[in-house]
Design a protein around this ligand. Sequence first.
Ligand code: FES
Length: 132
Amino acid sequence: MLYSEKVMDHFQHPRNVGKIEDADGVGEVGNAKCGDIMKMYIKVDENEIITDVKFNTFGCGSAIATSSMATEMIKGKSIKEALAISNKAVVEALDGLPTNKIHCSVLAEEAVKAAVEDYYKRKGLPIPEDLS
Ligand code: FES
């Protein structure tokens, strides 16, 4: 089979789809390879824990599945822990993606980074180096 059961599950029943109206950080990124777009919203508490996350995408099925899995993986984690989750880890959690679809998983990782960057900007805090 081309796609794992987990990919199909997250594609057909994506978790955390939507928008957070009073988000603490919003990130929007585009995929240079295909032109697809991903928007990520995060809520962050005073201990820098990501308490809620939602995403919207005009992306393909693989982008939807990886973003769905990525949001599940970062929810409840600290910003630092969330940033340490690579697109590779997300793909592994989905039991893999076809090679020509790996670029889709990058959208989720970049959108998380963009949302965190926005969070720091809104707070007037310096942007950590691993984001720039
Ligand atoms: Fe564009 Fe997958 S083809 S994100």
